[in-house]
Design a protein around this ligand. Structure first.
Ligand code: SF4
Length: 70
C-alpha cells in the first residue's frame, strides 16, 4: 500500500505534532489509536478505519477520528 499523504482523509497528518486541528491533543497519535493495526515496517502500518483502507499511516500520525486504544 502507498503511504498516506497529509490531508488523505479526516484531517490526517503524518506527524501528529503538525496538526492544528481543534480536536488534536498532544501525545495522541496513530500507534495509540484503536484503529491502528500494528506497524508493518519503518514506522508505517495499517489503519482499520475504512477511510484509510487504501494507504499505510504513520505511527506518529493523527486524524480527527482518533480514539484511545492501539
Ligand atoms: Fe491514525 Fe487512528 Fe486516524 Fe487511523 S483512525 S489514521 S490509526 S488516528
Amino acid at each position: 500500500l502507498p503511504k498516506a499523504e497529509d490531508g488523505h482523509a479526516l484531517d490526517y497528518v503524518n506527524n501528529a505534532a503538525d496538526s492544528n486541528h481543534e480536536k488534536y491533543q498532544e501525545g495522541r497519535q496513530c500507534d495509540g489509536c484503536a484503529f491502528w493495526a500494528g506497524e508493518e515496517s519503518d514506522g508505517w502500518g495499517k489503519c482499520r478505519h475504512p477511510e484509510f483502507s487504501d494507504v499505510l499511516v504513520n505511527a506518529n500520525g493523527w486524524c480527527s477520528t482518533w480514539v484511545p486504544g492501539g
